[in-house]
Design a binder for this molecule. Structure first.
Ligand code: HBI
Ligand code: FE
Length: 287
């Protein structure tokens, strides 16, 4: 999503943050959080990676109502040095990376209306706080998010934001992970969506491909529908290790020589996970 045309909204600071102003949320807005939270909390156990449920618990996000970002930040700071800061909506890429590189997660302060319950274009408070924040309590994932922010600032300098945005998209937003001999959800875009939490694991149509940074960075993504491809990591440790060990400058140069891949493409060398299990087979020769 190109965010360069964004104008800094009235009342936002230089770094695009605004006060959350928790006291101003209405009963309806708190009720919207509770409705969304209860629906997901009921269907995610055994579907979402264990560390996500542990994060909900340790951050005490199980209580009713929209979480107070200052309270979340106090707990997160002690666990992994992260804090949650309020923004009016999308912020320019560079600013976004700057915040992540300094362990500040930018969360929209607005929550969706009943008409938007199952789809909204921009990340709202439920997507950002329920989807993204619990895993920031996990030290390895917290390190990955900071490394991503630092990588983003470097990619910006190399004109490679689009490639790096794909890494965020196919891991932080829509990633799957192997755990206890099955596939589990961890991407915020999935776990904050009722429909996609079902689709990503149970539907036979999407491709579930073994994680490979270069292959992933060639792969386009769509922002207006369920994913056609998901990438599966072995563990957060493995994701962090591969990211930190990759020298992105030569990788970006290689990527410039290779064509982008359409969302549903399968390559012969792809490792394909069948729905819901660990087993994967090398892609059959696809004509
Ligand atoms: N801004 N508030 C906010 N939240 C995001 O998730 C976000 C953003 N700006 C840019 C962005 N994400 C993506 O383009 C990143 O991949 C850069
Ligand atoms: Fe997000």
């Amino acid at each position: 999503m190109t965010t360069e045309k964004l104008e800094r909204p009235q009342g936002a600071a230089e770094d695009w943050t605004v006060p959350q102003d928790w006291a101003s949320y209405t009963v309806q807005e708190h009720a919207m959080w509770d409705t969304l939270f209860e629906r997901q909390a009921k269907m995610l156990p055994n579907r979402v990676v264990r560390e996500f449920m542990e994060g909900l618990d340790v951050l005490r996000m199980t209580k009713l109502g929209i979480p107070d970002f200052d309270e979340l930040s106090e707990r997160l700071m002690k666990l992994t040095g992260w804090q949650v800061v309020a923004v009016p909506g999308l912020v320019p890429d560079r600013m976004f990376f700057e915040h992540l590189a300094n362990r500040r997660f930018v969360a929209g302060r607005f929550i969706r209306t009943p008409e938007q319950i199952d789809y909204l274009q921009e990340p709202d408070l439920f997507h950002d706080v329920f989807g993204h924040v619990p895993l920031l309590a996990n030290p390895i994932f917290a390190d990955y998010m900071q490394a991503y922010g630092e990588g983003g600032l470097r990619a910006d300098g190399l004109g490679a934001i689009d490639n790096l945005a794909r890494l965020y998209w196919y891991t932080v937003e829509f990633g799957l992970i192997r755990q206890d001999d099955s596939l589990r959800l961890y991407g915020a875009g999935i776990v904050s969506s009722h429909g996609e939490s079902l689709f990503a694991l149970d539907d036979p149509s999407p491709n579930r491909l073994g994680f490979n940074i270069k292959r992933l960075m060639r792969t386009r993504y769509r922002i207006d529908d369920y994913q056609q491809s998901y990438f599966v990591i072995n563990s957060f440790e493995d994701l962090l290790k591969q990211t930190i060990e990759t020298d992105f400058a030569p990788l970006y140069r290689e990527l410039q020589q290779e064509s982008d891949l359409e969302v549903a493409t399968i390559l012969p060398e792809d490792r394909i996970f069948t729905k819901g299990t660990q087993a994967y087979a090398h892609a059959k020769k696809f004509a």
